[in-house]
Design a protein around this ligand. Structure first.
Ligand code: HEC
Length: 197
C-alpha cells in the first residue's frame, strides 16, 4: 500500500514536471537594485575597507624605528573583521545586474594618465566578456574570505598573507579594466607593500 502510494506520488510529480513550463528567466524584479556606480563602490566600500585591513597588519619603518601593527584587543579584531566582511560582500555588489561604471560625464581617478580607460570603454569591456569580470570579482571574494578565516582564527600571519592576496585581486581586475594600456609597472594598491623609497 505504502509502496503504491509512493509510486503514485512519484508519478504525479513526474507528470507535474513534464507539464510545467521551463524555469522562468530571472525576472527584472529580483529585489536587487544597483543604486551606486562601480566607482562609488570602489571609493566608499572597497578602498576604505582594504586600506583599513592593510593598515591593521603592517610594518612601517621610519628614521625613529619600525612600528609593527597587528590587531591585539577584541575591539581591534572586531574592527578588522568588519572590513573583511565588507570586502567579502563587495563582489556581490559589483556583480549586481545593471551596475553602471560611473555617473554620466564622471571622471575616474587617474583619468589624466595615459592608458587609463574611460567609463564607457570599461563598461564595454565588462559586457564583452562577463565571465572574465565575474572571475575577477570572485578572486576578491576568495581573498576576503581568506582574511575572514585568519581573523576568526586570530592568525596574524594569515591575515598578512590574505592582505597580499587581496592586493593581487585588486590589481588583476584593474589591469584589465582600468589601466590595460598603462606600460608603467603598476604600483601596489596596498601602500604598505610599496617598495621603500
Ligand atoms: C572585479 C573588478 C575589481 C576588483 C576586484 C577591484 N576593483 Fe577597483 N576598480 C574596478 C574598476 C572597473 C575601476 C575603474 C572604474 C572606477 O574608477 O571606479 C576601479 C577603480 C578603483 C579605484 C578608483 C576609483 C575612482 O575614483 O575612479 C579605486 C581606489 C579602487 N578601484 C580600489 C580597489 C581596491 C583597493 C581593490 C581591492 C581591494 C579593488 N579596487 C578591487 C574594478 C575592480
Amino acid at each position: 500500500m505504502w509502496k503504491s502510494m509512493a509510486a503514485a506520488v512519484a508519478l504525479l510529480a513526474g507528470a507535474a514536471a513534464a507539464t510545467s513550463k521551463p524555469a522562468a528567466p530571472p525576472s527584472a524584479d529580483d529585489g536587487l537594485e544597483a543604486v551606486a556606480t562601480i566607482q562609488d563602490i570602489m571609493e566608499n566600500v572597497v578602498d576604505p575597507s582594504a586600506d583599513a585591513l592593510w593598515a591593521s597588519v603592517s610594518s612601517t619603518t621610519t628614521a625613529s624605528g619600525t612600528e609593527n601593527r597587528q590587531p591585539r584587543t577584541e575591539e581591534e579584531w572586531k574592527a578588522v573583521r568588519r572590513y573583511a566582511i565588507s570586502l567579502a560582500e563587495a563582489p556581490n555588489l559589483l556583480l549586481t545586474p545593471g551596475r553602471r561604471v560611473a555617473e554620466a560625464g564622471g571622471k575616474l581617478e587617474d583619468a589624466h594618465v595615459k592608458g587609463i580607460l574611460g567609463p564607457e570603454d570599461i563598461a564595454r569591456e565588462i559586457a564583452a566578456d562577463r565571465p572574465a569580470f565575474v572571475e575577477r570579482a570572485r578572486a576578491l571574494r576568495v581573498a576576503a574570505k581568506k582574511a575572514l578565516a585568519a581573523i576568526d582564527a586570530r592568525n596574524v600571519a594569515g591575515l598578512f598573507e590574505a592582505g597580499t592576496a587581496l592586493d593581487d585581486a585588486c590589481e588583476s581586475c584593474h589591469v584589465k579594466y582600468w589601466y590595460p594600456n598603462d606600460t608603467r609597472p603598476p604600483p601596489p594598491a596596498n601602500p604598505n607593500l610599496a617598495p621603500l623609497k
